[in-house]
Write a protein that binds this ligand. Sequence first.
Ligand code: F0G
Length: 335
Amino acid sequence: MPGLIERYRDRLPFSAGDPVISLEEGSTPLLFAPRLSERVGAEVHLKLEGLNPTGSFKDRGMTCAVSAAVRDGAEAVICASTGNTAASLAAYAARAGIRGVVIVPEGKIAVGKLAQALMYGARVISLAGNFDAALTLVRQVASVHPIALVNSVNDFRIEGQKTASFEIAEALGDLDALCIPVGNAGNITAYWKGFREVGLAPRMFGFQAAGAAPLVHGAPVAHPETVASAIRIGNPARWEQAMDAMTSSAGGVAAVTDAQILDAYRFLARQEGVFCEPASAASVAGLIAHGAGGAERVVCVLTGNGLKDPDTALSQVSGVVACAAEISAIEAAVL
Ligand code: F0G
């Protein structure tokens, strides 16, 4: 499949002849979830964004943001990140042959994401502060130095990410509700823009981790905490647009506890065969805990791949079975 810019060029701010930095992102599966459907009494589909080239939805936005940065002559790109944006930036910067710099909260990013950012060759800066502090600082740096900022405050990110809505519309025709985790609030903004552009208006339900739920409280959270490190954010940059998506679609925002997130995380793996990361499971946790306003056909966005965060996965399961290399021991272990 061609990448997003090639597939949807007529609906994206790129002209023929513009440079395209792509890893053939997008075109991700929309998987029907029979057991989850039964559990919640609706027809539920999962948008598997963890199957993008770097394992998260960020690649949709990054192909556009980095292509635009290269078009505009940037020699470096920078972001603040809870991990996935960092991994994606690093990959697209490598592909473009420009410098990538990422600022991540010290000790609070999943190990797979850190490995990705380092392997792709980005400069990884570990900040003694949280994501919100990192975002404030990169905005300052990018405003005075010739480095392109590719967080979702960059409109090209929204343009790229809206294409997930196009794919859902192509696959289903229509849907009643979308359930999505909300961190910095770029993705819900992008989905809503995409749906509006294809004439759809599903109810948009955003879910935040209870310890990092500024939109639910209506006020920034100074010290956000959650097991879902990707959405450990206390002051989302796209706050107003996210609220607008939810209110104008007659959806809403609600919080899910870490226990609810981890329950949905295990349920998806064991009952549906889908291993997503904890933040992604917040969409399903929200659907299970709060419902989707009686919607019949629902899409839950699973934003990132479970392999990114092996530590959380291993904390949720019983250990492996040790065994001597003898047939009787093997039989005892297997049967
Ligand atoms: N799910 C995952 C796996 C994420 O990595 C993020 C955000 C979100 C959901 C929330 O999306 O911010 O657009 O509301 N991760 C960013 C990052 C903040 O730096 O990787 P959002």
